[in-house]
Ligand binder design. Structure first.
Ligand code: PLP
Length: 381
């Protein structure tokens, strides 16, 4: 059997990783400013996380959701306390798409409606409902197109008000758009969306799969706007690489048995990974570090020649490139051993571990400047 060839692969084979570094089979060391796509929150193979998972593996790794699992309860309590949502309920699943799929389903079950409002450039995952609210027809199959979705430009209050009615089950919006190229909803826009949803009996779903778990310096990005969504979805950084996702559900939404379900969600190993991530975020004050190192990076990037707009918060940063720098991501990787992310058409995305140090950030800026100098010199010739 061969692998189904859906991924464009770098010619790199990582064999070891620690903190913000990765080593490949040939012994080359890389600085990881991509975090495997915003997944590595507390640093690769953090000792506390590795120890907790190894110990749990020796006890019990898995049983179904038909028995009591105190680790899930501890995870829900700690997440509630650290995120500022102690009165919410937690449904555990395995990925970002699954979290969004369940949030959309819940909103529809609660309201009895099926229309959803999503936003231009949104990305919410690849399962049926999640891909239907994703603004990219290229990754939708005919099977996914039967949903009643209305796409509205981000931060366009007029268009949003026009699309909203008492027929709309949910509005789904990213805390900061990630795949779309690091685009921020304005605080005033989020406040308007939240108020209008409440008025229309529509549930507000905040997709914090990429922007959550401390990446922006607050636990969730939407907390800068001071709103409280009905449903908040999370995954990626939640398990630092162990597959785990969740839906935070407002207290007014009542569960009934069989309403939602999943085989693997919240297994002993997943809950242990989730708990140890929260413990490290707290013990090492990583939200503060994300704010500090992220502000430094954004300030320095904004002062560099050739770099276009710099957008983001904390350690979720995007910067636009001119045509002459379209090969920058590959150059950073192959010439400087630095992993970064990208977004179309020409945006570099930085989504490093929240443990990134000022020295590592400065090193990246120095290497970047070297590349910019080469392009400037070539332009002058
Ligand atoms: N939502 C957002 C905002 C994402 O960035 C992603 C993945 O990139 C997803 C959902 C889907 O998550 P997963 O790939 O875990 O299904």
């Amino acid at each position: 059997m061969t692998l189904f060839d859906v991924y464009a692969l770098f010619d790199i084979e990582p064999v070891k990783a620690r903190g913000s570094y990765i080593w490949d089979r040939k012994g080359n060391q890389y600085l990881d400013l991509y975090g495997g796509h915003a997944v590595i929150s507390i640093g690769h193979s953090h000792p506390h996380y590795v120890h907790a998972l190894k110990q749990q593996l020796d006890q019990i790794a898995y049983y179904s959701n038909s028995v009591k699992n105190p680790l899930q309860v501890r995870l829900a309590e700690k997440l509630g306390q650290m995120s500022g949502y102690p009165d919410y309920q937690l449904f555990l699943c395995n990925s970002g798409a699954e979290a969004n799929e369940n949030a959309l389903k819940l909103a529809s079950l609660v309201t009895g409606r099926k229309m959803v409002i999503a936003f231009s450039r949104a990305f919410h995952g690849r399962t049926s409902g999640a891909v239907a609210v994703t603004d990219n027809p290229k990754i939708q199959a005919p099977f996914n197109t039967g949903h009643a979705i209305s796409f509205v430009p981000l931060n366009d209050a007029g268009a949003f008000n026009e699309a909203l009615s008492d027929q709309v089950a949910a509005v789904i919006i990213e805390g900061i758009q990630g795949v779309g190229g690091i685009h921020l909803p304005e605080d005033s826009f989020l406040q308007l969306v939240a108020a209008q949803c409440a008025k229309n009996g529509t549930l507000l779903i905040l997709d914090e799969v990429q922007s959550g778990y401390g990446r922006t310096g607050k636990f969730f990005a939407h907390q800068y706007a001071g709103i409280r969504p009905d449903l908040i979805t999370t995954a990626k950084g939640m398990g630092n690489g162990f597959p785990i996702g969740g839906v935070l559900i407002a207290p007014g939404i009542k569960a009934w048995q069989g309403m939602l379900g999943t085989t693997f969600g919240g297994s002993y190993l997943a809950a242990t990974a989730g708990l140890s991530v929260l413990e490290v975020l707290e013990q090492e004050d990583l939200l503060e570090n994300a704010t500090r190192v992220g502000s430094f990076l954004m300030k320095e990037l904004s002062a560099l020649p050739l770099i276009g707009e710099v957008r983001g918060k904390g350690l979720m940063i995007g910067f636009d490139l001119p045509e002459a720098l379209s090969g920058l991501r590959m150059d950073l990787l192959t010439k400087h051993n630095i992993f970064t992310g990208d977004a179309k058409p020409r945006t570099i995305r930085l989504l490093p571990s929240l443990t990134l140090t000022m020295d590592q950030a400065s090193y990246f800026l120095e290497e970047l400047e070297e590349e910019l100098k080469l392009v400037t010199e070539a332009q002058q010739d």
